[in-house]
Design a protein around this ligand. Structure first.
Ligand code: ADP
Length: 598
């Protein structure tokens, strides 16, 4: 494709390129034919004037016949030209040949005015006749400019008889006039040649431009097609991931429930250690599924930012609270600058982005410190995550933001991460309209920073309070929980885990079974934990709504492995807390406590 566009230098001479040559000839013919449709009217006037001048000296029938024959020929040529313009000739070279014959005929008729009238005219009229004929041929210079040969076929028969007549007159003056006519004819020939060259070049340039435009248009279409394919592939990938992650989440969720129960009930040290390992493996598997889900949601355009006023101090303190223990464990200093300033952004998405950056800072720093700095000026708030860790070589700066790309982890050791953290950061930044700046030196630490627009005070996004640990052990004892899930293994796992926290558990697969349970046992339900996608297209939100009609406003929360964007939105709109499978035991406990406390 590039070759088609950059082909100017490789163009063959037009005569050796049949396509361009035919195109050129067609254009020449069209211009010539268009001129031929106009010229008869002007020439009819000139012929009438000439006829009037000579009419007193030659027989009228001769004068009339000459003028009528000439004008008639021109009108025949006009008709021919019109027909060819309406229905372009198949053989354009032949049509040009016809135009040459017409020109030759017109030249003969025009030039015959000499032999017919010259000898009968007095000097003044001879001079007039000569002047008119010479001017007449000069008119042909522009009308025949498209194709010089047509002019040559015309000018020779039009002027040569006149030249001979002047020469035959005999005196020096007359010969001088003849010479002047010849010179004038030659100059006209030169003009026509130059004109034809200009016309040819302009036709060819236009042709090339059109070809380039066509090539560009084709290229544009191809690029658009490729983009559409890429977008469709990306959508398909996201849909596939969303579907696959639902199916992955179900067993993963059941597994995490079992393993949490196992940890709590471990009777000896070996079982406890095995349970610990299972938990660890599950945690990294859950992280992978969550990260994949995040990437697929962001790529599918299922996340739209909700811009609020956010106090940077509150955000920083939330992150600090979660990472203080990590810093302690890794014996790293954790410096945090709690500056009070309001900015405008999506609080949830920004927090997710910063957490990924802080997570990396701790992960890739062995000694020294990690800092979460905030710098504020009149219009912006700059948040920087600094570390004194491994640093990032210049050559890797772009690539670390690609999916699954990790520096120095070719054996893909999962404990070193998945290579999705910065891919998510990049997508979130794009969504929030932010630019992530990276300053780093190999071996000397890195600084990732983002700059956000500052906002006036006013209502600030209220971050939910962190879940309180401690009193939970007691708070759940004796609570009756109705678990609704169509997956038997999840029901068993949930029962085991919730009972280990002291809950009373009733489990069922959907609304009908829940009704039966309630009828049979006259139960008082304290909390409903419902799956989102239930059998026979039953929807967990709807099930909770219908059960609440019977039970009153019972606290409820949703657990789902369904990640389709529409489903997520629906869940959000219901106002019910929504947990993604697999749910860790801690997360479940915190959310249950929070819902019960409302
Ligand atoms: P992961 O951390 O799971 O490997 P990321 O996408 O978060 O994936 O990061 C990609 C790569 O970028 C990492 O493998 C790491 O080599 C490099 N990297 C990211 N953050 C830092 C940092 N703060 N210091 C040094 N290297 C980093």
């Amino acid at each position: 494709m590039g070759a088609a566009i950059s082909g100017k230098a490789e163009l063959l001479p037009v005569e050796q390129d049949p396509v361009r040559f035919t195109h050129l000839r067609r254009q020449q013919f069209n211009l010539l034919a268009r001129q031929a449709t106009r010229s008869p009217f002007v020439i009819a006037i000139v012929a009438t004037v000439l006829a009037y001048i000579v009419s007193g000296h030659a027989p009228v029938y001769q004068v009339v016949l000459w003028a009528v024959a000439l004008v008639a020929l021109l009108f025949v040529r006009r008709a021919y030209a019109l027909r060819q313009l309406n229905k372009p000739p198949v053989d354009v070279q032949r049509a040009l040949g016809h135009m040459m014959w017409f020109a030759f005929g017109a030249g003969l008729f025009t030039g015959s005015a000499g032999p017919l009238f010259f000898s009968r005219l007095p000097d003044v009229e001879r001079a007039l006749l000569t002047m008119i004929l010479v001017c007449w041929t000069a008119g042909g210079v522009s009308t025949a400019a498209a194709y010089a040969r047509v002019f040559y076929a015309y000018v020779a028969p039009a002027l040569l008889p006149l030249v001979l007549l002047w020469v035959m007159t005999g005196d020096t003056q007359s010969v001088a006039v003849a010479v002047l006519i010849v010179l004038f004819g030659l100059i006209q020939v030169l003009f026509v040649r130059d004109n034809e060259r200009v016309v040819r070049e302009s036709f060819l340039i236009r042709y090339e431009n059109e070809r380039l435009l066509e090539a560009l248009e084709r290229e544009r279409q191809e690029v658009m097609l490729a983009r559409d394919h890429a977008e469709a592939a990306n959508r398909a990938k996201s849909q596939f991931l969303a579907a696959a992650s639902h199916d992955l989440r179900q067993p993963l969720h059941a597994l995490s429930l079992y393993s949490a129960t196992l940890t709590m009930r471990a009777v000896d040290a070996t079982t406890s250690e095995i349970a610990g390992h299972i938990n660890q493996a599950l945690a990294s598997l859950s992280t992978l599924v969550d990260s994949l889900l995040d990437v697929s949601k962001l790529d599918a355009g299922a996340v739209s930012p909700e811009i609020r006023r956010v106090n940077v101090k509150e955000l920083i303190e939330r992150i600090e609270a979660d990472y203080r223990p990590v810093a302690r464990e890794k014996k790293l200093a954790f410096r945090v600058a709690p500056v009070d300033a309001i900015m405008e952004t999506d609080p949830v998405l920004l927090e997710r982005m910063l957490r990924n950056l802080v997570d990396n800072a701790f992960k890739y720093t062995a000694v020294g410190d990690v800092a979460l700095d905030v710098e504020v000026d009149e219009s912006s708030v700059c948040i920087a995550v600094r570390d004194t860790g491994a640093g990032i070589p210049n050559s890797e700066r772009e690539r670390i933001f690609e999916e699954f790309y990790q520096v120095g982890n070719p054996e893909r050791d999962r404990t070193q991460g998945l290579g999705l953290g910065l891919a998510i950061v990049k997508r979130l930044a794009r969504l929030l309209g932010l630019k992530v700046k990276l300053v780093s030196q190999s071996g000397r630490g890195s600084t990732f920073s983002v700059t956000l627009p500052r906002a006036e005070g006013g209502h600030v996004f209220p971050y939910p309070p962190p879940a309180t640990a401690g009193e939970d052990a007691v708070a759940l004892v004796g609570v009756t929980v109705l678990v609704i899930d169509d997956e038997p293994s999840v029901r068993v796992g949930m029962r085991a885990l919730l009972e280990s926290w002291g809950c009373r558990v009733r489990a069922c697969s959907g609304y009908v079974e829940a009704q039966r349970l309630l009828d049979e046992h006259a139960l008082e339900i304290d909390l409903i934990v419902a799956d989102f996608r239930l059998p026979q297209h039953e929807n967990g939100i709807e099930t909770v709504r219908r059960l609440r009609e019977r039970l009153g406003d019972v606290p409820a929360l949703m657990v789902s492995g369904d990640t389709a964007p529409e489903r997520l939105r629906e869940a959000q709109e219901s106002g019910l807390p929504f947990l993604h499978k697999p749910v860790s035991a801690d997360k479940l406990k915190q959310t249950m406590l929070a819902v019960l406390a409302r």
